[in-house]
Every structure is written in C-alpha cells, then in structure tokens.
Design a protein around this ligand. Sequence first.
Ligand SMILES: O=C(O)[C@H](O)[C@@H](O)[C@H](O)[C@H](O)COP(=O)(O)O
Length: 221
Amino acid sequence: MSELCRERLATQLAEAVAEALQHDLNHQERALLVVSGGSTPVPFFRALAARELPWERVEVTLADERWVAMEHADSNARLVGHHLLQGPAAAATFVSLTTHDPTPEQGVAEVARRLASLAWPASAVVLGMGGDGHTASLFPDSPELPLALTTAEPAVAIRAPGQLPRLTLSGDRLHRARRHFLHITGGDKRDTLVRALAGDDPRELPIRAFLSCPLAIYWAP
Ligand SMILES: O=C(O)[C@H](O)[C@@H](O)[C@H](O)[C@H](O)COP(=O)(O)O
C-alpha cells in the first residue's frame, strides 16, 4: 500500500512542479528548479522527467552536493542525471555544485559564481529531510550550520560527523524561490516534522528554517 501511495505522491509533486515551471516560463525566458538528493526524490524525478515542458529553457541545480566526482555512487549530480535529466527533461541545463578542487572550501567561490548566473528567484525548491531534521546539507551537528543559516553567500562548504564533505546552498539562497516543497515519506520523518513544527530553533532541527515561509508538504506513509 505505501509503495503505491508514494508513487502517487511523487506524481502529484511532479505535476505541481511542472505547473510552476510552465507558469513562470509563460512570463520569463528561463526558469530555475532546485532539487535535493537522497533516495526519496527518485520517483518524483522520473515523473517530472516525462512531463512535456520547454525544458531547453529550464535550469536545474541542487540544494546540496557531496564533494565527490559526478561518477561517484554518492553524487547527487549522478542521481539527477540518471533519473531526472532523461527523456524530455534531458534538454534542461544542469548546473553542478562541485569543481575539480580537492575540497569544497577551495571550490565554493567558483560555485558561487556559477550560481549567480541562474534565473533567481527559483520557480521551485524541492527539499528533502533527514530523520535528524537536516535539509539540504544543513545538518544540526555541523560546525558550519550557524554560518549556513545566516550568511548572505549563496553556498557554504559544510562538514558534519559521519558525512562526506559537502557543499550546500545557504538558507538565504534556498529561500530565494517562489515556491517551496518538502518531499518526505514514512513515519519517522512524520515524527521529525511534528517535532520541528512544535519548536522554532533551526539550529536544533534545520528544517525549521523553512517552516515559516509557505511550504507545500508532500508526505506519504
Ligand atoms: O544530499 C542529500 O543527502 C540530500 O540533499 C539530503 O538533504 C536529503 O534530502 C535527506 O538526507 C533525505 O534523504 P533520503 O531521501 O535519502 O531520506
């Protein structure tokens, strides 16, 4: 039952994001979509990839990225390439968040320059969430979290225990969107969301940084 429900959720989210992109493309030359990595988005990516849109006018980037080569199994760019940039959506322009620098700290300035050229405000930011309340790579136990939540810079190199080195869009940059979606499934994440809604400190549960603006929550069991 939950598998069918999650597929329907992914399809409905793809419909909403496609409508958002088409609406904005009716008024502007290019539109920007910011997506998250992880396992949850895969059926959403596949459903969105099949939608008929002027994809050649769509820019796609990530909310965050692990600092690995695009061929690496943990690369979000690889995930997006395999599941979203296929079919009609293969015509979209993908902008990666990694460089050939050995660390995200060395590459973040180049990534910031790339991001500056995109069609902000994004038409849509699609966020995921971990059981610890992280979103993008805004991890509660990251020393760089306070900076990432407050800086006006578009991107931050971020480290967290047990995680690969990462680069994340800052809270400020993730807020520069006309629409925000949260895509989560399962009881554990529902419980984390309930905890997040009951408080207001994003340093404890970073998803809270996005509970104040309009946020379309797409959840299935
Ligand atoms: O790079 C990442 O890992 C994602 O951007 C991250 O923020 C993800 O959305 C959550 O970790 C949920 O991941 P799952 O969908 O795999 O539970």
